[in-house]
Write a protein that binds this ligand. Structure first.
Ligand SMILES: NC(=O)c1ccc[n+]([C@@H]2O[C@H](COP(=O)([O-])OP(=O)(O)OC[C@H]3O[C@@H](n4cnc5c(N)ncnc54)[C@H](O)[C@@H]3O)[C@@H](O)[C@H]2O)c1
Length: 265
């Protein structure tokens, strides 16, 4: 029987309170992994952690952390490794979006997207690295985006950051191989989470008005996806758990699309 088995592996999931991060945490826990749920939203992370323990019998703990702060990332990863007795898996998932035409794109919003979506991946990878090396191997999964492979208008900070995540993934994979560490990027198309819902007003405005927010979401996302359906967070979680499993030992440095064919255009 083909079954993903991660019993007693220790994982850190950033942005694990809700959305795709929560779905990754659930899939890892379902496979038996213990989970450190790291998020700015401590209440949400606490709720996720207690649900994981209740539903899957694993140890799960919440850690409040703003991934814009490199020192906080290091302290959190070290604390999780200490609390759980080591570290096997890092899922870099925390991310935000900001939508605006270039000429109006606020500088502070550009810096914020880059700090969370790109720079935090470097700092968390750096913090986790010695723990994974000490274990003799491990898994890093970076939640990039289809926008790590192709571009869309009005998302310059996000597209640049996610392309950067694919680059970080490739570079880390090359260095990780000798230590038994695989590093891959998941590149989802449109997954219906708060991150997508939150773009509706700005998208409607960017398209020149005259359309509803729902129409703006469909125009921005579903027109680009040949399958014409929003992806479920659990689909991304399952792919994440697979990439963390022993089945995926030879998959590394790969940006893996789960995008309903979006990047096949
Ligand atoms: N939803 C999509 O369609 C989609 C598509 C491709 C890629 N992604 C990527 O998936 C990841 C998760 O997105 P989502 O759709 O689940 O979003 P979401 O908004 O539902 O969840 C994001 C999580 O990250 C946390 N977070 C945000 N800023 C943080 C910070 N500074 N420090 C710590 N935690 C922080 C939030 O509190 C939240 O729990 C992101 O990297 C996103 O770019 C999403």
């Amino acid at each position: 029987m083909l079954r993903i088995e991660l019993r007693d592996r220790v994982s850190v999931v950033t942005g694990g309170a809700r959305g795709i991060g929560r779905a990754c945490a659930e899939a890892l826990a379902q496979a038996g992994a213990h989970v450190a749920v790291v998020d700015l939203d401590h209440a949400g992370a606490t709720e996720t952690a207690s649900d994981l323990t209740a539903q899957h019998g694993v140890t799960a703990r919440a850690y409040a952390c703003d991934v814009r702060d490199p020192a906080a990332i290091r302290a959190t990863v070290d604390a999780a490794a200490k609390d759980f007795g080591g570290l096997d898996i890092l899922v870099n998932n925390a991310g935000v979006q900001f939508v605006s035409p270039i000429a109006d794109f606020p500088d502070d919003k550009y810096a914020n997207v880059r700090a969370i979506d790109l720079d935090s991946v470097f700092y968390a990878t750096k913090a986790a690295w010695p723990h994974l090396v000490r274990r003799g191997g491990g898994r890093i999964v970076n939640i990039a985006s289809v926008h790590g492979l192709i571009a869309s208008p009005y998302k310059i900070a996000y597209v640049a950051s996610k392309h950067g995540v694919v680059g970080l993934t490739r570079a880390s994979a090359l260095e990780g191989a000798e230590h038994g560490i695989t590093v891959n990027a998941i590149c989802p198309g449109a997954v219906m989470t708060d991150l997508v819902r939150g773009q509706a007003p700005q998208l409607a405005e960017s398209f020149g008005g005259g359309i509803t927010e729902e129409q703006a979401l469909e125009r921005a996302f579903l027109e680009a996806m040949p399958t014409k359906r929003f992806i479920e967070p659990s689909e991304v979680g399952a792919l994440c758990a697979f990439l963390c499993s022993d089945f995926a030992i030879s998959i590394t440095g790969a940006p893996v699309p789960i995008d309903g064919g979006w990047s096949a255009h």
